[in-house]
Design a protein around this ligand. Structure first.
Ligand code: NAD
Length: 283
C-alpha cells in the first residue's frame, strides 16, 4: 500500500511561514489577478487564489474584465499593472477567450512581475539553469513535495504524461536539472502504458479521470497526480485510478489534497519572492 503524499499539510506549513514573513516585511506584497470573462472553473480558481493571498497578508486585487475586451485593451491593463509600484506580482488567469492571443499577453507582463513563470525569459532561464524570477507553481510544488518526502530524484527515470507549458514542460525541466532521466509523453505517444510502467516517478497531467490504471505503474513507483477532473456528481477526481494504483505504488498524491494545494502555496511563495526582489523591501 502506497504512502500518501499529503500536499495539503505541506501547503499549510508553507502558507504559515509566508504569513509570518509577510507580517515582518514592512510592506504588503501586492498581487494582481486578472480574469477575463465568466468561465466557472476560472472563477473558482481565482476565488481560491484571492482568499489565500489575503490570508497571507498580501495586498490582493482581482481585476474582472468583460469577455469582449480587445487585445489592445487587455494589453493596456497589463501595462498599467507593470508600472504600478504597489503591484509586485501579476497573474493572468488562463484560458483567455479565443479572440485574445494569450502568448502576446504573457509576453506583455514584465518578467520580474511574472508570478506564474510563463514569460519566455523566465522559461528560457529555467531551461538553461539560470535563476528565473518565478518557477511555474504546479511543477515547483511537486518538487517541494518530492523533497519533503525525501524522494530521490537524481538517477531516477521520471515519466511525465502531458506536455503543456504550464505543467508538463516545466516539470521536465525541473526534474532534468535535478538529474532525473526524463521522458515526456503526450497524446501521440505510442506505447504509453509500456513507457509509463518503466517510471520510478510518474507525473500525470492529462485531464482524464482514472486514465492511469495499475497497468501503467511499476511496483513501488512514486505517482504524482496533477489532473483535476470534475465528475457529473460535482466531485473532483484525478487522472489516476487511485484505489487500484495505491495498491501497487510506493507513494501517491490524492486528488483533492495533493498537488492542488501546493500550486496555491507556491503562488504565494513566488509573489513574496518577487516583492522581496523588487527593491520595495528595505534591506
Ligand atoms: P493541457 O490540456 O494543456 O494538456 C494536457 C496534456 O495531456 C497534453 O499535452 C496532451 O498531449 C496530453 N494528453 C491528452 N490526452 C492524452 C492521452 N490520451 N494520452 C497521453 N497524453 C494525453 O492541460 P494542463 O493545463 O497541462 O492540465 C492537465 C491537467 O492538470 C488538467 O486536469 C488540469 O485541470 C490539471 N491541472 C492541475 C493543476 C493543479 O494545481 N493541480 C494545475 C494545472 C493543471
Amino acid at each position: 500500500m502506497a504512502i500518501l503524499i499529503k500536499g495539503s499539510e505541506l501547503a499549510q506549513k508553507i502558507r504559515e511561514n509566508i504569513k509570518n514573513e509577510v507580517s515582518s516585511l514592512g510592506i504588503k506584497p501586492g498581487i494582481a489577478v486578472v480574469i477575463v470573462g465568466e468561465d466557472p472553473a476560472s472563477k473558482v480558481y481565482v476565488g481560491r487564489k484571492e482568499k489565500a493571498t489575503l490570508e497571507a497578508g498580501f495586498n490582493s486585487i482581482v481585476i474582472k474584465l468583460d469577455k469582449k475586451i480587445t487585445q489592445a485593451e487587455l494589453e493596456i491593463k497589463i501595462d498599467e499593472l507593470n508600472t504600478d509600484n504597489d503591484i509586485h506580482a501579476i497573474l493572468v488567469q488562463l484560458p483567455l477567450p479565443k479572440h485574445i492571443n494569450s502568448d502576446e499577453i504573457i509576453q506583455k507582463i514584465l518578467p520580474h512581475k511574472d508570478v506564474d513563470g510563463f514569460h519566455p525569459l523566465n522559461v528560457g532561464k529555467l531551461w538553461i539553469g539560470l535563476q528565473p524570477y518565478s518557477v511555474p507553481c504546479t511543477p515547483y510544488g511537486i518538487i517541494k513535495l518530492l523533497e519533503e518526502n525525501n524522494i530521490q530524484i537524481s538517477g531516477k527515470h521520471a515519466v511525465i504524461i502531458g506536455r503543456s507549458n504550464i505543467v508538463g514542460k516545466p516539470m521536465a525541466s525541473l526534474l532534468l536539472s535535478r538529474n532525473a532521466t526524463v521522458t515526456v509523453c503526450h497524446s501521440r505517444t505510442a506505447n504509453l502504458k509500456e513507457i509509463a510502467s518503466q517510471a520510478d516517478i510518474l507525473v500525470s497531467a492529462i485531464g482524464k479521470p482514472a486514465f492511469i490504471s495499475e497497468g501503467f505503474i511499476k511496483e513501488g513507483a512514486v505517482v504524482i497526480d496533477v489532473g483535476i477532473n470534475r465528475m457529473p456528481d460535482g466531485k473532483l477526481t484525478g487522472d489516476v485510478d487511485f484505489n487500484k494504483v495505491e495498491q501497487k505504488a510506493g507513494y501517491i498524491t490524492p486528488v483533492p489534497g495533493g498537488v492542488g494545494p501546493m500550486t496555491i502555496a507556491m503562488l504565494l511563495y513566488n509573489a513574496l519572492n518577487l516583492c522581496k526582489r523588487s527593491g520595495s523591501v528595505s534591506k
